[in-house]
Design a protein around this ligand. Structure first.
Ligand code: UDX
Length: 449
């Protein structure tokens, strides 16, 4: 099938590349010429494990191309996936102007019937607005444009895996032909009829993905409600961590046991510096606004957000307590990305934490395996190091701000010798307190006495 993708950010790029991977013919556009130039030269503007192999294969098979022309892209596909950004407005609501803009372009350029699929995360009822907008903009041409919602559940760092091996595919549709078209598009994924670029030689057995057909409103709500629920789980774990610390319990033991209850589930119960990234914080805010606008008092979401913002204050207090005076001290930070396996620093707890340390007069050295280039745009005035050992050299505290595997397996004796004061503040509970103490570190973390 011929598929168009508008927007080559994380979602659009992964979507376009993976559709090509499973055999569709994909054309993708973006309004950022610099990004397109990078893509056209065969490179990737983001770090996403496995995506380089997928894009390379798709290009060789001539199933994926990029175009600077939205018109060419729109004309080139039977289904058009809208993957443009919906950033937060100053009041936290989602800015949907890019979607409106794309609707106008589609209605103007389309010369044959198209299925317009919203993949960008949007508040419920956006599909209705999109439908209305498409009807207005296509009044003169009269071209048939159907609307569907197909929310993404792609985690950065495992997005290719999530796309090709999803647990569920949700499609919100208004008619049978849209459902049929989307079933056809996802057929190779549902039937696992592709040579998986992630697993070799064979994909692990697992339950087949569920294909859920809903209304457009429900599909939109499923996405926002899912992300907000995950955010609440994290904030809940973080509050229990605070309590565990006061009571002399160990949050890791508590959450492990809680997670064994299938009614609760073990994921998203990891206590630490809180949730960041471009999705969870913005989706929670937009969901709060949606509830407010709809006259529903969803205060527990506000609380989850407040708890999350407070994580940084709490950790800064911990650092201050350990260092006595922060001003003038050299603090090393391991990790800048908002989570492991990505180079994304947007709304990263690590960045917020460093900003607070700088405000208090600390000198900061930092290292991240992938995110340093991006961090430089947000934090131009800190020292970037080539390795964790360089960060440790003469530091009076070493903060772990992102849970990269690399940090678990450092030569900790070397780190211990390099530091001025062997003090570790583990914002991700990545290390074993017992092991660190045996190696001669002062070790502080979250939710473990
Ligand atoms: C999220 C959703 O998970 C995904 O389904 C959606 O489509 C896009 O948004 P992503 O932004 O990649 O994905 O990050 P995610 O894995 O959800 O993590 C978000 C944040 O929560 C990270 O900062 C992470 O470190 C933090 N987190 C996650 C915790 O603090 N504890 C946990 O237990 C899990």
């Amino acid at each position: 099938m011929k598929i168009s993708v508008i927007g080559a950010g994380y979602v659009g790029l992964v979507t376009g590349c993976c559709f090509a991977e499973v055999g569709h013919e994909v054309i993708c556009t973006d309004n950022d010429p610099a990004k397109l130039k990078v893509l056209e030269s065969g490179r990737l503007p983001i770090y996403e494990p496995g995506l380089d192999r997928v894009i390379e294969k798709a290009r060789q098979k001539k199933l994926l191309r990029f175009s600077g022309s939205a018109a060419e892209t729109i004309k080139g596909g039977d289904a058009i996936f809208i993957c443009v950004g919906t950033p937060p407005l100053p009041d936290g609501d989602a800015d949907l102007s890019a979607i409106d803009n794309v609707a106008r372009q589609i209605a103007t350029e389309a010369q044959s019937p198209k299925l317009v699929v919203e993949k960008s995360t949007v508040p419920a009822r956006t599909g209705q607005e999109l439908k209305r907008a498409l009807a207005v903009y296509s009044r003169k041409s009269g071209v048939k444009l159907s609307v569907a919602s197909n929310p993404e559940f792609l985690r950065e760092g495992t997005a290719v895996e999530d796309f090709l091996h999803p647990d569920r595919i949700v499609v919100g549709v208004e008619d049978e032909s849209s459902e049929k078209q989307l079933r056809e598009i996802y057929k190779p994924v549902l039937e696992r009829k592709f040579n998986c670029p992630v697993h070799s030689p064979a994909c692990p057995d697992g339950p087949e993905p569920k294909f859920l057909v809903t209304t457009i409103n429900s599909a939109e709500l499923i996405k926002h409600a899912s992300n907000s629920f995950l955010a609440m789980k994290i904030s809940y774990a973080n509050m229990v961590a605070d309590l565990a610390e006061k009571l002399g319990a160990d949050i890791e033991e508590v959450m492990r046991a809680m997670g064994m209850d299938p009614r609760i589930g073990s994921s998203f119960l990891k206590a630490g510096l809180g949730f960041g990234g471009f999705c969870l914080p913005k989706d929670v805010q937009a969901f709060i606004h949606l509830a407010e606008r709809s006259g529903v008092d969803f205060n527990m979401l506000r609380e989850a957000e407040r708890v999350n913002v407070h994580r940084i204050d709490r950790f800064v207090d911990k650092i201050r307590e350990a260092l006595w005076v922060v001003r003038g001290k050299q603090i090393g930070v391991l990790g800048l990305a908002f989570k492991a396996n990505t180079d994304d620093t947007r709304f990263a707890p690590a960045i917020a934490l460093i900003q607070r340390l700088l405000e208090q007069g600390a000198k900061v050295k930092a290292y991240d395996p992938e995110a340093m280039e991006r961090a430089k745009e947000l934090l131009p005035n800190i020292e970037y190091c080539k390795s964790p050992y360089e960060v440790a050299e003469d530091s009076e505290a070493l903060v772990i701000a992102t849970e990269w595997d690399e940090f678990k397996n450092l030569d900790w004796d070397r780190v211990q010798k390099a530091m001025l004061r062997p003090l570790i503040l583990d914002g991700r509970n990545l290390l074993s307190p017992k092991d660190m103490k045996t190696r001669g570190f002062e070790y502080r973390c979250l939710g473990r006495a």
